[in-house]
Design a protein around this ligand. Structure first.
Ligand SMILES: [Zn+2]
Ligand SMILES: [Zn+2]
Ligand SMILES: [Zn+2]
Length: 151
């Protein structure tokens, strides 16, 4: 659980990290960080733009993408593709793997540690470093499986 205070500290920490990487602290960037760190789950660039518009009416998508790209380059934000939808963004606080149901579009997050061995094997045997959080793993959720004849 996040208390308001913790969220505030986190935000201050993210802003400090932008500063230490030589990034400019702008009102838009601060607001983006604040919205992303309070968001439950993932936001598309458009979601973020809509949430920022009341405070910054002139904000546009290209500015949002530039901010997201910059925050990603600092490792503060990461994006994930759920199915064929647009990329979704979140503060990179806890590494997790995403699952997406191909029938009902339900999204779920699971711990990265579940895939630790897969990652280790691929690195060991193929020298391949996986990035499993970039795309959601498609499949059929428990709910949909219980409703379907073929499970
Ligand atoms: Zn996520
Ligand atoms: Zn489902
Ligand atoms: Zn991508």
């Amino acid at each position: 659980m996040n208390t308001g205070n913790q969220t505030f500290n986190e935000q201050a920490d993210y802003i400090a990290q932008v500063h230490s990487r030589g990034g400019r602290i702008t009102t838009a960037k601060k607001l983006a960080i604040s919205i992303l760190s309070q968001a439950e789950g993932h936001l598309t660039a458009e979601n973020l733009c809509d949430s920022m518009r009341p405070s910054i009416p002139k904000i546009n998508l290209s500015t949002i993408y530039r901010i997201l790209e910059e925050l990603e380059s600092y490792g503060l934000v990461s994006h994930t593709h759920f199915g064929h939808g647009p990329a979704t963004y979140e503060i990179k606080a806890i590494e997790h793997i995403h699952l997406i149901c191909q029938i009902c579009d339900a999204e779920e997050s699971v711990s990265q540690t579940l895939f630790k061995n897969v990652g280790k094997e691929l690195l060991l045997k193929f020298g391949f470093k996986t990035d499993l959080s970039h795309f959601a793993i498609p499949g059929i959720c428990k709910n949909c499986r219980s409703k379907s004849i073929v499970n």
